[in-house]
Design a protein around this ligand. Structure first.
Ligand code: HDE
Length: 713
C-alpha cells in the first residue's frame, strides 16, 4: 500500500460518514406523526418570547411523549446483545433423520437472524464480562419460523426449570445496593453454587477461557438440550445441535478482559459489526450429534440432563450446513432489541425431548415477551414475522398491526367457507412425536441426573496446562471476591471433587484450607424429603479419560482474517519495512491499523502521508491481536520517548501475542521486557512476514506464560 494525499483521504472519509447516516427520510421534509409539515422543531410555543410554555403546544407534546416512552423493559437475562442477519445453507439432505424442509432442500437459502448476548449484565454492561454467551438463531423457514436458542457452552447450570429464578437471582447484582454489575464474583452467587452441585459443570466452563471470548465470531454454539429429529416415516432420533465457528474458538486472557472493558466496552459488538461491514462474513457450520432411539439409555449420563454433554469422541458431530452472517441490522431497537426468540418456535421434523429445563423454557419465553414487548401481537413486529403465511382466528389485542378481514373468527364455521382450515400431516402440518408415557405424577429429580462431578472433571482433565492455569486463576479471583468464609470453604470442597490439585492451588491463593467434609447440601439442592444416601453422588465416574474436543488447544488456527494488527509508527518510519510486512498481512485479510503519537497522518521515510487509525493516547494494546514495529531511525526515536508505547508492547508480551520488529524496531523492543523474550517463538526480529502470520494464526504463544509474571503491565 502506498500513502495518499490528505485531501482525498478527507473526501473519502466524509462520503463514508454520510452514507452511514443516510436514512429513509433522505430528501424529505419533517412532518408530525399525522403527516403535518413542521416549521420549527427547536422552540416550544410560549406566551411571549420570555413567557410560560402553552399546554396547547401539540408539537412539543408529541415529541416529548414519544421520547418518554422510548424504552421497553430489558430482558431479565441476556439483556446485553448484538444481532446480525444472514443465511443458512444445507450441504446434504438429512432426510434419513428429519423431514424439516431446511434439512432436506439443498437448493434453499434460509434467512436467519442471530442475537449473541451475555447473560447476567444489564443492557449497557461491558462486553467482556466473564459470563456465558447466548447464541440464539431464528431461521425463517418456508414451513414456519424455527428458533434455536442456545449458548456458547454445551451444558447449563441447572437441571430443572424450577431452579432458574434462584440461579438468576443469585448471580444478578445483590439486591440491597445493586452491586456487582455483570459479574458472578460475589457472595450470593457462590452461596447458591456451593449449595447446588449440579451447577459445577457449567460453572467450570464459565471459569475457563470460554467465559471470555476473543470475538462473538470465535465462539461455538450449542442447543444444549437433547432434541428429537423426526423423519417422514415418523421415526425419531435424538439430536444435539452444535455450531462450529470457521475461525476457530479463541479467547482473551482475564487481564485483557478487565482492560478491554475500560478501553472499549463495546468490543464484541464493534468487532461483529465491523467484520460484516468489511465483507468478512462470520461463518459457522451446523452439526448434528445423533443418538438412535434405542440407545437412549446406553450412556453413563442421562440424555435428558442438560448439565451433561455427549463427548464428541463418543458420538461424533456431523456437519450438515453453514450459516453466514452477511448483513448488519438497520436499526438496533427495531431488530436486535425487539427480536423475540421462543424455543417453542418449531417446525415439522424437529421436536422436543422431556428435558425438564427445556420443558420449562417452552413456557417462559412467550410469557416474558408479553411483558417485554407488551402485546400478544409481538409476532407482527417485522423482525418476528414469519416469511410464509400465518392465518388463524387469534384476534385483537394491543397494537394489532394487521387488518384481518372476514366475519368468522372461530372454527369450525360455514360462513367463512370453513377457513382457515386445518392441514393434514401429509400436507405439512406439525404433529408431536407420539412418545409413550406411563408414569406416576411426581415432583422429584430423576436419580439418573445425580452425578455432579464426572463431567466437570472430564472437562478439566481435557484442558491443556495453560487452560488449566486460567481456570485456577479464575476460581481464585472469583472466590477471592467473596467475603463469607463458609461459602468459600464449601466451594473449595466442591472444587476438590473435580480435581484435588486444582483445589489445592486455589486454596493456596486464597490462604485457606480445604475442609475435609462439609454439610451435604443435597436436601437443599433436591428436595426437603430427599434421602441423602440415595442421592449423594459417589466418586466422579471416568467413562472417558479425555475429550480433546473440549480444549481450545485443538481448535482451528488456520487464518488471520479480521485479526487486528497494531503497526506502531511515527514520522520517518521505514516505508520499505512497512510495505513488505503489511502487504502480506493484508493479503491474508488482517486489519492493519496505524497507531501513531497523534491523530491525522504520519509521514514515512519516502515522504508519503499515511492515515493514522488511532493516536496512541486513544487506544490500548488489548484491542489488538498482534504488534508490528517497522524500522526508521526517526520514528523509533519518537516511539522510545513515548512511555505509552513501552506499556503497549509490554502488555502485548504479557498477553502472549505475536510481535514482529524490523531493523531499528529492535531498539524499541529492547527498551521493553521484549529484550528478555528474543528467543520466544512468537517474537520476530527481521524475520519473514510468513512466520509472523503463522504465529498470529496460532492466536497466542501460551508457552510464554512461564516468564510473564515479571512483566508489571
Ligand atoms: Fe433462557 N431466557 N431461560 N436459556 N435464554 C431468556 O427470554 C429461561 C436457558 C437463552 O437473544 C428470556 O426473551 C428459563 C438455557 C438465550 O433474545 C427468558 C430457563 C439456554 C436468551 C429466559 C432458561 C438459554 C435467553 C429472557 C430455564 C441455552 C436470549 C428474555 C428453564 C440453551 C435470547 C427472553 C435473545 C433469554 C428464560 C435457560 C438461552 C426469561 C426459564 C438452558 C440465548 O424467557
Amino acid at each position: 500500500m502506498s500513502g495518499t494525499s490528505k485531501k482525498s483521504e478527507k473526501d473519502s472519509k466524509k462520503i463514508e460518514q454520510l452514507q452511514d447516516y443516510m436514512s429513509d427520510a433522505d430528501g424529505k421534509v419533517m412532518r408530525t406523526r399525522q403527516g403535518l409539515k413542521i416549521n420549527d422543531t427547536n422552540n416550544s410555543l410560549k406566551a411571549g418570547p420570555r413567557g410560560a410554555t402553552l399546554l396547547e403546544d401539540f408539537l412539543l407534546r408529541e415529541k416529548i411523549t414519544s421520547f418518554d416512552h422510548e424504552r421497553i423493559p430489558e430482558r431479565i437475562v441476556h439483556a446485553r446483545g448484538s444481532g446480525a442477519h444472514g443465511i443458512f445453507e444445507l450441504y446434504e439432505s438429512q432426510g434419513k433423520y428429519t423431514k424439516a424442509g431446511i434439512f432436506n432442500d439443498t437448493d434453499r437459502t434460509t434467512p436467519v437472524f442471530v442475537r449473541f448476548s451475555t447473560v447476567a449484565g444489564s443492557k449497557g454492561s461491558p462486553d467482556l464480562a466473564r459470563d456465558v454467551r447466548g447464541f440464539a438463531v431464528k431461521f425463517y423457514t418456508d414451513e414456519g419460523t424455527w428458533d434455536l436458542v442456545g449458548n456458547n457452552m454445551p451444558i447449563f447450570f441447572i437441571q430443572d426449570a424450577m431452579k432458574f429464578p434462584d440461579l438468576i437471582h443469585s448471580v444478578k447484582p445483590e439486591p440491597h445496593r445493586e452491586i456487582p454489575q455483570a459479574a458472578s464474583a460475589h457472595d450470593t452467587f457462590y452461596d447458591f453454587v456451593s449449595l447446588t452441585p449440579e451447577t459445577l459443570h457449567n460453572h467450570i466452563w464459565a471459569m475457563s477461557d470460554r467465559g471470555i471470548p476473543r470475538s462473538l465470531r470465535m465462539m461455538e454454539g450449542f442447543g444444549i438440550h437433547t432434541y428429537r429429529l423426526i423423519n417422514d416415516k415418523g421415526e425419531s432420533h435424538f439430536v444435539k445441535f452444535h455450531w462450529k465457528p470457521v475461525l476457530g474458538v479463541h479467547s482473551v486472557t482475564w487481564d485483557e478482559a478487565v482492560k478491554i472493558n475500560g478501553a472499549d466496552s463495546d468490543f464484541h459488538r464493534r468487532d461483529l459489526w465491523e467484520a460484516i461491514e468489511a465483507g468478512q462474513f462470520p461463518e459457522w457450520e451446523l452439526g448434528f450429534q445423533i443418538v438412535a432411539e434405542k440407545d437412549e439409555h446406553k450412556y453413563d449420563f442421562d440424555l435428558l440432563d442438560p448439565t451433561k454433554l455427549i463427548p464428541e469422541e463418543m458420538v461424533p458431530v456431523t456437519l450438515v450446513g453453514k450459516m453466514t452472517l452477511n448483513r448488519n441490522p438497520e436499526n438496533f431497537f427495531a431488530e436486535t432489541e425487539q427480536v423475540a426468540f421462543l424455543p417453542g418456535n418449531i417446525v415439522p421434523g424437529i421436536d422436543f425431548s422431556n428435558d425438564p429445563l427445556l420443558q420449562g423454557r417452552l413456557f417462559s419465553y412467550r410469557d416474558t415477551q408479553l411483558s417485554r414487548l407488551g402485546s400478544p401481537n409481538f409476532h407482527q413486529i417485522p423482525i418476528n414475522r414469519p416469511v410464509g403465511d400465518s392465518h388463524n382466528n387469534q384476534r385483537d389485542g394491543h397494537m394489532q398491526m394487521d387488518i384481518p378481514k372476514g366475519n368468522t373468527a372461530y372454527f369450525p364455521n360455514t360462513l367463512g367457507g370453513g377457513c382457515p382450515h386445518m392441514a393434514k400431516i401429509s400436507e405439512g402440518a406439525f404433529n408431536s412425536f407420539e412418545e409413550r408415557i406411563d408414569a406416576s405424577k411426581i415432583r422429584t429429580r430423576s436419580k439418573s441426573f445425580i452425578d455432579f462431578f464426572s463431567q466437570p472433571a472430564l472437562f478439566y482433565r481435557s484442558l491443556e496446562t495453560w487452560e488449566k492455569q486460567h481456570v485456577m486463576e479464575a476460581y481464585s479471583f472469583e472466590l477471592g471476591k467473596c467475603t463469607h468464609e463458609h461459602i468459600v470453604e464449601r466451594m473449595l470442597w466442591m472444587i476438590k471433587q473435580i480435581d484435588g490439585d486444582l483445589a489445592k492451588k486455589v486454596a493456596n491463593n486464597l490462604g485457606m484450607d480445604i475442609p475435609k467434609s462439609i454439610d451435604q447440601p443435597i436436601n437443599q439442592a433436591i428436595g426437603a424429603d430427599a434421602n441423602v444416601s440415595d442421592y449423594q453422588p459417589g466418586k466422579a465416574k471416568n467413562y472417558l479419560d479425555k475429550s480433546p474436543a473440549l480444549s481450545q488447544a485443538n481448535t482451528k488456527f488456520s487464518t488471520i482474517a479480521t485479526r487486528q494488527i497494531a503497526v506502531l509508527v511515527a514520522d520517518g518510519f521505514s516505508m520499505k519495512d512497512y510495505k513488505a510486512m503489511t502487504e502480506e498481512l493484508k493479503k491474508e485479510k488482517a486489519m492493519v491499523k496505524l497507531v501513531a503519537p497523534h491523530g491525522g497522518t504520519v509521514t514515512c521515510d519516502s515522504d508519503m502521508e499515511h492515515k493514522v487509525d488511532a493516536a496512541i493516547s486513544t487506544t490500548e494494546s488489548v484491542l489488538f491481536d498482534a504488534v508490528y514495529i517497522p524500522g526508521g531511525k526517526k520514528s523509533i526515536e519518537t516511539l522510545i520517548s513515548t512511555a505509552k508505547y513501552l506499556k503497549f508492547i509490554n502488555e502485548a508480551l504479557k498477553h502472549c501475542k505475536a510481535i514482529a520488529v524490523d531493523n531499528e524496531g529492535e531498539q524499541l523492543l529492547d527498551k521493553t521486557y521484549g529484550a528478555d523474550f528474543k528467543k520466544d517463538k512468537a517474537i520476530f526480529i527481521n524475520k519473514s512476514p510468513k512466520d509472523f502470520i503463522k504465529a498470529i494464526a496460532n492466536h497466542r504463544n501460551w508457552e510464554r506464560l512461564d516468564g510473564i509474571d515479571k512483566i508489571p503491565a
